[in-house]
Design a protein around this ligand. Structure first.
Ligand code: GRF
Length: 214
């Protein structure tokens, strides 16, 4: 029931997440499910899509989570678009940003101005296969093990400190699509767990390494 799903949002003591999407929103749904099931102690303050047609918007709205469109095409440039993002995240009191299939690169200025942790889920075992279509890149390369990485976002693309990873086998009869589906199962499993870890605090960065404990 949507009304029940929305209950955690009334608990103001929970860390507040902002989820940025551009598409189908299956990782957004995994985060919402983890909140419902008590595996992720947080609430989603706002879901922002840069695309008006993102299917994920409906998942948020039907769960009673505020969902807004900030269309990058409506702005003169990246700086103005990012100003609008920072403002909306601030209005919602967001403390941790979760990228979930968000197809815009965020500038160092955004990261600086938001100030809190920004997480991304990337469908490869980083540092292999950065950028778009990572599952196809892995399949074409012929690796026997593929997977997913959750990392903190830094100015360099897909290169921030790694919070969590999970591996899957690549089978001889895989296609890029079957491999992507196997990876997606792991995305939905580890992304909420990694967000929970980061949102709870009690971690630090040592060099490139994400380390638990103060
Ligand atoms: C996922 O494969 C994620 O790893 C990548 O973009 C895709 C988003 O899928 N960054 P969804 O919108 O969460 O279903």
């Amino acid at each position: 029931m949507p009304i029940e799903r929305n209950l955690p949002a009334t608990d103001t003591s929970l860390p507040v997440l902002g989820v940025l999407i551009s598409g189908r929103g299956s990782n957004l749904r995994a985060l919402m499910t983890a909140i419902d099931e008590g595996r992720l102690r947080a609430r989603i303050g706002v879901v922002i899509s840069n695309r008006p047609d993102a299917a994920g918007l409906a998942h948020a709205s039907s769960a009673g989570v505020p969902a807004v469109v900030i269309d990058h095409k409506a702005f003169g440039g990246r700086a103005d678009f990012e100003d609008a993002l920072v403002a909306r995240l601030g209005e919602a009191g967001v403390q941790v940003v979760c990228l979930a299939g968000f197809m815009r690169i965020l500038s160092p200025v955004f990261l600086e101005r938001f100030g809190g942790p920004v997480l991304n889920v990337h469908p490869s075992l980083l540092p292999s296969f950065v950028g778009v279509d990572a599952q196809r890149q892995a399949w074409e390369h012929g690796v026997k093990v593929a997977g997913v990485t959750v990392h903190l976002v830094t100015p360099e693309l897909d290169a921030g400190p790694i919070v969590a990873q999970a591996a899957v086998p690549v089978l001889d009869d895989d296609t890029p699509e079957t491999l992507a589906a196997r990876i997606l199962v792991e995305e939905h499993r580890i992304y909420p767990a990694a967000v929970a870890l980061v949102a709870a605090g009690g971690w630090r960065i040592e060099g490139r390494r994400f380390v638990r404990g103060r």
